[in-house]
Design a protein around this ligand. Structure first.
Ligand code: FES
Length: 195
């Protein structure tokens, strides 16, 4: 019998079993590699996404969005608004975290008075009075006019604020009010920037 005649004959059952196991082994390795790749892609995309995605132009250039200007009525009562920004902590990007509050009054179509809501006395959150005609701090009764200057309390109580409210730069772009958020040290007569 010629050698190639043997090759054309049906293989023994043991050989077929060996071939089947080899094929299963290759399939298992392939599936493992595919799964490992998928698992690796998750963390990798998280790692690079902040770099690729980037923050909005408004936040990159130091301005923070307060909101659409339409939410503020010309000549209306002031509003206290919480500012939110994305915060980068290493590779972790935290979306829309609170960074502080501002007091906003719309004077005319394009003019806004914006103050930090951090009380210049000891740092509590200043709010708008019930009548909307002045600002007041609930902690120790600091009180301010709508232009940010110190105000005498109607009942004669001491106003402990050492300086007026801290005014913040503001501008309008694309129908949005933007503010340059700055923190000043409480408890000093002069403004001392701390962040
Ligand atoms: S912290 Fe506002 S009055 Fe004291």
């Amino acid at each position: 019998m010629a050698a190639n005649d043997h090759d054309s004959e049906p293989q023994p059952a043991a050989d077929q079993e060996t071939d089947r196991r080899a094929m299963l082994s290759k399939l298992t390795i392939g599936a493992g590699l595919a799964l490992g790749g998928a698992v690796a892609v998750g963390p990798l995309s998280m790692a690079i996404s902040p770099v690729v995605r980037g923050d909005s132009a408004r936040e990159q250039d130091g301005w923070t969005a307060v909101g659409p200007i339409d939410r503020f009525v010309v000549g209306g009562a002031p509003q206290r608004v919480v500012l939110r920004r994305d915060k980068q902590d290493g590779w972790l990007l935290r979306r829309q975290q609170s960074i502080g509050s501002v007091l906003v009054q719309r004077v005319d179509a394009t003019t806004f008075h914006v103050f930090s809501a951090v009380c210049p006395h000891l740092g509590c959150a200043v709010g708008v009075s019930d009548a909307g005609d002045h600002y007041a701090c609930p902690c120790h009764r600091s009180s301010f006019m709508l232009d940010g200057t110190r105000r005498e309390n109607a009942d004669g109580a001491t106003n402990p604020a050492p300086r007026p409210l801290d005014a913040l730069a503001a501008r309008v772009a694309d129908g949005q009010l933007l503010v340059e958020w700055v923190r000043y040290r409480p408890g000093t007569a002069d403004q001392v920037r701390i962040a």
